[in-house]
Design a protein around this ligand. Sequence first.
Ligand code: ACO
Length: 390
Amino acid sequence: MSTATPPAPAPAPTAPAAIYDKGLANTIVADTQMSFIDGGKGVLEYVGIDIDSLARQSTYEETVYLLWNTKLPSKAELDALKSALRSEYEIPNELYEMIRGMPRDAVPMHALRTLVSALALYDSEADADGIEASKRKALRLVAKTPTLIANFERHRSGKDFVHPNKSFDIATNFLWMLNGEKPTDAMARGLDICLILHADHGLNASTFAARVTIATLSDLYSAMTTAVGTLKGPLHGGANEEVMVMLDEIGSIDKVDEFIKGKLERKELIMGFGHRVYKAYDPRATYLKTFAKQIATDTGNLRLFEMSQRIESLVLDAKAGKGIFPNVDFYSATTYHCLGIKTDLFTCMFALSRMSGWCGHCIEQLQDNRLIRPQAKYTGPHAVTYTTRS
Ligand code: ACO
């Protein structure tokens, strides 16, 4: 019998030392080819094209194609995407019934989160694996979300449902369902621009949340439900509603100074300002500011724009040294209001647009997946004796 000692087991691989990064501000966890942000210079590009050019010249559908295919479409490719989206605008009857059963005073983002989740119940491919199935689900989600939002709004306003019109693009179709009449070209184009500007934005909180969910190999509907819930918070997409609430509370331009100076003195947040990434002017806000002025003038709401401008000037005076500028939510509040959209629907409008970015990120995640699982620093006690309680 041999007395030789067995070889020592190979040492367990040691994990690299974890870095403590509260809020993950300095941690890169994924690759993306969709949007590039230079927060210091105030640059946002979708697939290398600056956001200003897209807002001026593109359409939401073309932007969706760009984000999902990392190239601009030919006319035939764009037509094919448009027609595929239009064929998916309608929602199942069961979802109209579900909307009908919802409380009229429900918070719209609660309704949207529930309805996006419910879409899975009526998609036979909901749990189908693979990139191609996920792309088909992405198309359905982008196409159906406007129908969910507009018809929830109609229900809570006591109006009959309006079914989608497949001859319209997404922006026109949404306003058609919301108001029951075809919008003017200027209104539809205004919404289209908002949709372009909100479509994608790197690994923001809701996109990150969506990628965490899909990285577990859950399904796209679960990921989008996660994303809607994450967008809802007032530190993220919910800020646009808070901006409008603030404008309403202030009421008139002569009250702006006292209101804002008071908030700043009390060290309260001014909603629609500041950004985790931008320490320069948010390029989406640059475009929206010009656009908000135009639409406010056209719709007799110049008062709101002038109040916003005065708020901006006061906050910049007090905070610009800290890199606090208006973010996308600040002037989108005035814009949505002028488009006739109710304040508590603003965050749903953000979700309507960002659905394309969320889906695109999930498909990117699936193409090179690894479970996303950071660590927490344990700050509790150790070696506590277990005692039973009598
Ligand atoms: N009003 C007043 N002061 C502000 C604001 C603001 N809106 N935003 C930041 N600051 C101040 C902070 O109080 C802090 O000051 P301090 O150094 O004296 O403590 C400093 O600026 C740095 O701010 P942080 O909170 O550390 O910045 P962070 O990157 O964590 O937060 C955030 C970014 C959450 C967006 C923040 O600016 C904020 O709460 N803004 C208001 C809500 C908002 O508009 N959210 C929408 C963001 S865009 C989007 O999600 C689509």
